[in-house]
Design a protein around this ligand. Sequence first.
Ligand SMILES: [Zn+2]
Length: 457
Amino acid sequence: MKRRYSQSALFAMLLTSALLPCSVAMAAPSQDIHTTQTSDWYNAGQGPKVYGMRKFPYPYQAMLALSSDADSETLRKFNLVHRFINTTQQTPIGRGLGLDYADSIFMFNGNDHQAFIDLNHVPMANELTYFRGITAQPYAASVLDRYVQCGWVDTLHTYGDFSRVNEHTTVFRRSLAATAANALAKRGDHIEVWTDHGNKSNVDNFGSYRRAGFYQYQQGEVPGSPYYHTDITIPQGIHFVWPDTSSNQFVRDSVIFPLQLADGRRVWGFWRYTNEHYSPQGAVRWNWTPYGLREQLTEQHLRALEAKHGYAVVAQHLCGTPYPGVLPKDAVAALRLLAAHQHEGKVLVTRTSRLLHYNVAQQYVSYDVTHHFGRTYIHIRKISDPVFGAHQPSIDEIRGLTFYTSDPGRTVIELGDNPLPAPLIQHNASDGEHPSVGIRWFPPDTADHALTVPNIP
Ligand SMILES: [Zn+2]
């Protein structure tokens, strides 16, 4: 973090300097007033001292997102899961948890497996998708538009479920990407997160093609391929990609990494926790269904996350099984444990897109500090995003950013040189380190947004 003095602050300092003993007056303007003894003394008359950033919004020690893939999703299962996790109502699974959780969706269904995916023999053909099959005819489009806009959906689990029994065949083609991207744009559905899906038939996957070997089937990023689409998809708004990489690391200091695609475009990659163990042969033992939740969300994992002040993105398929109650008892208990950690102010649970944006802002925000008539001003200048470029952030991009200060009441946070509206500002008592001032996190939304539609199971 670079700290510079603004013109007005320099002027104020020079004015004050005139009243100070010579040696100090000469020294002060050229010194970092936050680190030297002289300047501590000097700073006392200048306003509170800023000690740098607190990693997560107060009082939280860590941040976690559930990232669930849309495989075998039906509207019934989707609604059950979201009523339980997002609302605080009584639901068939139990009292709702009131957590911020957003799902993923498919746009198309090209899956030819003969399987039932829900009660009453709902076939794979009725998997929850935006369009019907691989046509441009709407299937659950209207309800999924609503879910994107209310925040229950923030991820594309690729353009569709293209898993074929014979994975050397595919029904994906570039025109489907254009159809999907156009439809989403037309409805104002802004989706920034992409997670890869399924077997080698899912040639629209991208992010790992350059790793070669197995990943050569990922043609979405390869110019000249009939399945190339990242020239449509990245400009359309996808910012974060999970490129089909497994990991047994639950806690990370940062979950994002720059990813250069085969077509030269750049996008953020991100890590998800997908497994705890490997077979003796080294094969991944995925724990990303509801049956694995109790292995994922353990007291031990959550304590480590808090102790290390880390991020976790936990991969799941919450609607992925035909289990009638959707979430088995021990999965419900694991989610309740997570909710308890949030309610105790330890882990902030949020949707994947918010966690990823926060990770970028927390890591790459540029700010400077000035002092003026007994107040201290923190000027947030820009997000120096190394992938998408430096830019002036929106309010939502800086929500949650928190600064340690000796006196929150006399520390002002500004976006550039404009103070943020008072309702956005939060003053925090000391957490053992220092008091802090922060920009409020998103207000909670525990409303029941569930919709039912005739003929969509
Ligand atoms: Zn999948």
